[in-house]
Write a protein that binds this ligand. Structure first.
Ligand SMILES: Nc1ncnc2c1ncn2[C@@H]1O[C@H](COP(=O)(O)OP(=O)(O)OP(=O)(O)O)[C@@H](O)[C@H]1O
Length: 631
């Protein structure tokens, strides 16, 4: 990356930020543990962030070694609060925002207890000692990986397995033989194992000492209620239950009542007097108003002029929209991959791994965006139509979930190409960036049809965060000139992407991925770290990209956009984003790079303050929005 000489504007902006940071005491305050359910919180007391090491939490030496090897030194607030309670044997409901480290908050005390029992020769058989139940297969894999990576460094041998509905009964039986100490699975799969006699209820009663429901706010929306109810009679009364969730909801309360006994409620979204953000503080949220038909044009301008930091996760609401966008971007030489429920499970996992390993920068994902009402309608429709049920089972994996809890590594920007249907969906999507206290940004493209959803989201954020200002600001770096400079080409190319192309690309992608999936399965078993074979962002079309689409000619780029693009590049270079191999893993306190973030410092409108929606009193909302790109 060539060094970019900072302009006066950049230096002034940097100074502005420096002053802001110094004014705030020179440090970013990470939300501290809040209401512990015991009413011990003092009204109005500014809590300071505690720095607690894992030594202080009294964890097993082997686990502390494993954490050191992973470069993890300090416990996050949820870990500081939850670990001691779980070690005391309490049932715990922990609500903490996305990316706050909830997985280790329960894995560490669980492994600590099992290591202790193992060293004392008190491990109970003949079934697993702990269940970790999650809504999706992707999460099973992720949690299995996290647990295995900790156990790798432990000398005492504990066994963790994951079992999902995609496995044959024979494979499940083999996996459960032994039995393992920890079973990571979905409620549906465990219920099936019990009903088929692969796991005996009586054995579970004898062995199970801890049950964890992770992403509890999502479990019920994955229709797990009946499966969990089927499990209840087999859970011994002595079993300790833990429930982890990123958002509060009636579903979490329902599950709490269903499964926990007099639990300790930890709500880390509340700190002192003011409620803390549901969106991590280190994530800046932006929006751009544009007509639905201009969304491709806007995203093209954002990516082509490099106005947003990579890696970028783009959310759309349908698989067709994902492929339309991928084909469109491809025609401009921008390569991306698509992640959706239609792909084989292996491929989905590989895509996530490859994206995490930075083999490509743009991932277009569809999430489970249906509202409860839509799901209910679907359910009813499915009852009516055997054909559609069969079709759905064949094509979509109901245990799929991209947004839900997946720990995407180093995603800098989340783009809502389509708005999610509700505020909870927004929180989960945005939670894919700013993880582990890293800096991140989100940009929502809001069309007039999505205004009401956007307002609902804004109200939710204002309500929860008790803020009277807009939580989501207009995106400052994209000018109307920049957008218009690409309009002609974008419209032309958008028209050339036909429905037939999309269907063909969709078919081709599944075919490629099935082939990949089979070919790579055995390879990855032998070489789990060899990701080079993965080419999920392979071009779908074999036509060469014309030079005028691949490279934006200089005369089309207005000076402000050039400047904005340079600031983003400068920031990337300063943050070391282009040197992933040499970059050291940063801990929670490791410089968030916030002071170098151009989004905080740069305004396409020059030095004048950006005007938020609220500043333009008297204008109808829509007009205010359409001004966002007119600066
Ligand atoms: N104490 C710590 N120090 C540094 N990094 C940590 C620490 N604990 C966890 N992490 C890292 O933070 C990231 C987010 O953790 P995790 O996936 O557990 O978040 P989460 O709260 O479960 O998020 P979500 O609600 O989205 O599922 C992971 O990459 C994890 O390895």
């Amino acid at each position: 990356m060539p060094r970019v000489k900072p302009t006066r504007e950049m230096e002034e902006a940097a100074e502005e930020v420096r002053q802001e940071v110094e004014g705030a005491g020179g440090a970013e305050v990470i939300p501290d543990a809040g209401d512990t359910g015991s009413g011990g919180e003092e009204e109005g007391k500014e809590e300071e962030e505690k720095e607690v090491t894992f030594d202080e939490l009294g964890l097993d030496e082997q686990l502390k070694r494993a954490l050191r090897k992973k470069g993890i030194a300090k416990a996050t607030p949820i870990q500081q609060e939850a670990i001691p309670l779980i070690l005391e044997g309490k049932d715990v409901v922990a609500k903490a925002k996305t990316g706050s480290g909830k997985t280790f908050a329960y894995l560490l005390p669980l492994l600590h207890e099992l290591l202790k029992l193992s060293s004392e020769g008190r491990i109970r058989k003949p079934a697993p000692n702990a269940f970790i139940l999650v809504p999706t297969r992707e999460l099973c894999q992720q949690i299995y990986n996290e647990a295995s990576s900790l156990l790798e460094f432990c000398t005492s041998k504990l066994k963790v397995v994951q079992v999902t509905a995609s496995m044959s009964d024979k494979d499940i039986t083999v996996a459960l033989s032994g039995p393992p100490n920890i079973l990571v699975s979905t409620p549906a799969c465990v219920a099936t194992c019990i009903s088929k006699g692969i796991m005996r209820g009586a054995s579970i009663k004898e062995s199970l000492s801890m049950m964890i429901l992770d992403e509890a706010d999502l479990l019920l929306s994955y229709r797990c209620e009946d499966d969990l109810k089927a499990l209840i009679p087999h859970i011994p009364r002595s079993c300790q239950s833990i429930l982890m969730s990123a958002t509060s909801s009636s579903d979490v309360d329902k599950l709490t009542k269903l499964l926990l006994h007099n639990p300790f409620i930890l709500t880390l979204t509340e700190v002192g007097r003011a409620k803390d953000d549901v969106i991590p503080k280190n994530v800046q949220q932006f929006w751009i108003s544009c007509d639905a038909k201009d969304k491709m044009l806007h995203i093209l301008a954002l990516l082509k002029f490099e106005l947003i930091q990579k890696k970028v996760l783009i959310f759309v609401n349908s698989i067709d929209a994902a492929f339309r966008l991928r084909l469109f971007l491809e025609k401009f030489g921008i390569r991306s991959a698509v992640l959706n429920a239609e792909l084989p499970q292996n491929s989905r996992l590989h895509i996530i791994e490859a994206f995490n390993a930075r083999l490509f920068d743009y991932l277009i994902a569809t999430d489970d965006t249906k509202t409860k009402e839509e799901k209910q309608t679907d359910k009813e429709n499915k009852k009516e139509s055997k054909v559609s049920r069969k079709h759905l089972q064949q094509t979509l994996d109901s245990e799929f979930g991209v947004v839900r809890g997946i720990d995407f590594k180093n995603v800098f920007t989340v783009v809502n190409f389509d708005m999610p249907p509700d505020p909870a969906g927004y929180v989960h999507r945005i939670g894919r960036t700013g993880r582990a206290n890293k800096t991140g940004a989100s940009i929502s493209l809001v069309s007039p049809e999505e205004d009401s959803t956007f307002e609902e989201i804004e109200h939710m954020l204002q309500d929860v965060e008790k803020k009277d200002r807009d939580c989501i600001s207009p995106f400052p770096l994209l000018t109307k000139d920049a957008v218009e400079s690409l309009r002609y080409r974008a419209q032309d190319v958008a028209r050339s992407v036909t429905t037939r192309d999309i269907q063909e690309a969709r078919r081709q992608d599944i075919k490629n991925e099935i082939l990949n999936s089979e070919k790579l399965k055995s390879h990855f078993e032998e070489n789990p770290r060899d990701l080079d074979l993965l080419k999920h962002d392979k071009v779908l079309s074999n036509k060469e990209i014309p030079a005028h689409l691949r490279d934006v000619p200089d005369y089309l780029i207005d000076p402000k956009t050039k400047e904005a693009s340079n600031v983003v590049k400068l920031s990337r270079a300063a943050m070391g984003i282009d040197r992933p191999q040499r970059r050291k893993r940063q801990g929670f306190k490791g410089g968030s790079g916030r002071s170098r973030d151009p989004l905080r410092t740069f305004s396409a409108e020059g030095k004048s303050r950006r005007r938020g929606r609220k500043d333009r009193e008297g204008e109808p909302d829509r007009r205010k929005k359409s001004k966002k790109t007119e600066s």
